[in-house]
Design a protein around this ligand. Structure first.
Ligand code: ATP
Ligand code: MG
Ligand code: MG
Length: 561
């Protein structure tokens, strides 16, 4: 088994710790509540919560909610759900907005120090101040930068009191425009926003702090020791440090790791919204999406995601992984953790004329006796998969055909087909008849079957990649032109053996890996391997009358089952 803490013991994250060894590590996961989390965020969660846990510290869940136009209440709950689903418990749940007053006071303090000013310049002018489009002209400051402290304070309070319209003025930090880093070129600290109520403070505030003003200061308030973020913030490290230093507050250390990206899918909120609105997928939690709610619904265990992130390790490089590699990792995890059952996707009855009803004792796993066993009723009529029968035999074919025998997993003898009937209008085989082939000691192939007693009918949904290419965004006409028409194949009449009830009663699977409390109660935690078919989990569309299953992953790469 993979050491769940391996990624903290060496490499980048170990270096980060050594730069600031702390007895009381404090980290934070700071999502903006403006959308559902995706697979990339699982890495951020694993890194921040995991780093704290490994060093015996704590991690905050901080909603970075300074942008009322984009944020919605439903995302707050969804984000916390995912953190808990991955097995982490926030030390405290905080909001950047909890600090609006303190942030405001610090902004006044900065103004008082002559380190911030209220500016009325508009975009074009600001661009020129920053050296033009390509930095072709010298940088300079506008006259607003020379306003007195009193003037800036008056104007800032007027901003607060709604005496300006949005975009008319904004508060800028007075940093160092001679520095080569654009993050030092007098960044915005506060902007006026009056149109949308904030989910916590309503219309109390007419001004909102920017990311650059908020993030480091909130880190400081919470006593964050190691502020871990992604590499697009490398350039921001100087402004992060500049602000806390100038304010004279506690200084956390920011370090940056590489994002996790998946190819063969889209993660951007705008694009997923389009897929949902145009009904290419069922919803934001569609199992074909790589939102965390989609991944959960599909049945991928949280432990498998953590193991995947851990295996990739953490460096400053952006990790770009094709979907099939992600699936390979999930498959490996399921292989050792979930029970096996027999199910048939496209059933056709096989009547074995000389068979009698039998009770068989079948292990849930051929390799792991701890999983135990269960009773399976063998009946004289069993369902087998249509794809395991051929009307005309051939030499290189080793499953069932007239005159040919095939093994039935766990059954007493192989079966030889003697005849079959066909519906002439559809051309489909409706029944196969056969007898036990008692002479044959060992069949070349063993197929799965489901008896008529105790078995259940289920709807099985087989998910294939949503897109045809590795880079849907690069396809001419955009990602919507790259949709795979066969991304969901439904088998409405699949059947599953009675052992399903026990697997259901014993969920969540895996029972191992200390995951037994995780995802308790969720239908997706009822997971199993359908022998010779695929890995499956129960879908949330399941009702008392109807079981719906999702394929988690195929048994092998490139298999279409
Ligand atoms: P997106 O636009 O994809 O939602 P974001 O950067 O806006 O991403 P936030 O809500 O700000 O997302 O994310 C919270 C944390 O998760 C941030 O620290 C961010 O760096 C991290 N994060 C976001 N995407 C990834 C990713 N693909 N890999 C690793 N960490 C990520
Ligand atoms: Mg985001
Ligand atoms: Mg963001």
């Amino acid at each position: 088994p993979v050491d769940p803490d391996a990624m903290f013991k060496q490499g980048f994250l170990d270096e980060v710790y050594k730069l600031r060894p702390s007895e009381n590590v404090v980290t934070r996961f700071p999502p903006e509540p403006n959308g559902y989390l995706h697979i990339g965020h699982a890495k951020a969660i694993a890194v921040n919560f995991g780093f704290a846990r490994h060093h015996g510290g704590v991690c905050y869940l901080r909603y970075d909610d300074t942008n009322p136009e984009k944020e919605e209440e439903k995302y707050f709950t969804a984000i916390l759900d995912m953190v808990e689903w991955l097995g982490f418990k926030p030390y405290k749940i905080t909001h950047s907005s909890d600090n609006f007053q303190k942030l405001y006071d610090l902004a006044e303090k900065l103004i008082g120090m002559g380190k911030a000013y209220v500016c009325a310049c508009q975009d074009e002018e600001i661009k020129r101040q920053r050296g033009g489009e390509k930095g072709e002209t010298p940088r300079y400051r506008c006259a607003h930068a020379d306003q007195s402290v009193e003037e800036n304070l008056t104007k800032f309070r007027d901003m607060r009191d709604g005496k300006y319209k949005p975009r008319e003025v904004f508060l800028r930090m007075k940093q160092d425009i001679s520095d080569g880093n654009p993050q030092m070129w007098d960044l915005a600290a506060y902007r006026i926003k009056t149109d949308t109520p904030h989910h916590k403070t309503g219309f109390d505030w007419k001004i909102y702090p920017t990311y650059d003003f908020t993030h480091g200061v909130c880190d400081s308030f919470e006593g964050i020791t190691h502020s871990l973020c992604t590499t697009e913030f490398i350039a921001s490290r100087v402004s992060y440090e500049w602000l806390n230093k100038n304010l004279g507050v506690y200084e956390p250390m920011q370090r940056e790791y590489g994002r996790l990206n998946l190819t063969g899918t889209v993660l951007s909120k705008r694009k997923i919204l389009k897929l949902v609105e145009e009904k290419h997928v069922r919803d934001w939690d569609d199992p074909r999406l790589y939102t965390l709610i989609g991944i959960r619904r599909r049945g991928i265990p949280p432990g498998a995601i953590l193991e995947f992130v851990n295996e990739l390790g953490v460096t400053t490089n952006i990790t770009t992984i094709p979907i099939h590699r992600f699936e390979q990792s999930i498959r490996k995890y399921l292989e050792k953790t979930v029970p096996r059952l027999m199910m048939v996707l496209d059933p056709v009855p096989l009547v074995i004329e000389d068979a009698e009803e039998l009770e068989l004792d079948v292990p849930f796993s051929p390799k792991d006796p701890k999983m135990g066993s269960h009773k399976v009723r063998f009946t004289p009529t069993v369902y087998i998969d249509r794809s395991d029968f051929r009307e005309v035999d051939s030499k290189d074919y080793f499953r069932l055909a007239p005159g040919k025998s095939v093994g039935l997993l766990h059954a007493p003898y192989p079966v030889k087909a003697t005849s079959f009937t066909k519906d002439e209008s559809t051309g489909k085989v409706t029944e196969i008849r056969g007898v036990f082939d008692k002479e044959l000691k060992k069949a070349k192939t063993y197929i799965q079957w489901v008896g008529t007693a105790g078995s259940r009918k289920v709807e099985a949904r087989i998910h294939n990649p949503l897109f045809n290419s590795e880079k849907p965004d690069d396809v001419e006409g955009g990602f919507l032109k790259d949709l795979n028409p066969d991304s969901e194949v439904v088998y409405p009449d699949a059947v599953i053996e009675s052992g399903f009830d026990e697997v259901k009663a014993r969920a969540p699977w895996p029972e191992a890996a200390g995951e037994s409390e995780l995802g308790k109660g969720g239908p997706e935690s009822i997971r199993f391997q359908g022998l010779r078919v695929a890995y499956f989990a129960v879908d949330s569309d399941t009702t008392d009358d109807k079981i719906v299953l999702n394929r988690i992953v195929s048994l092998k790469e490139d298999s279409n089952k």
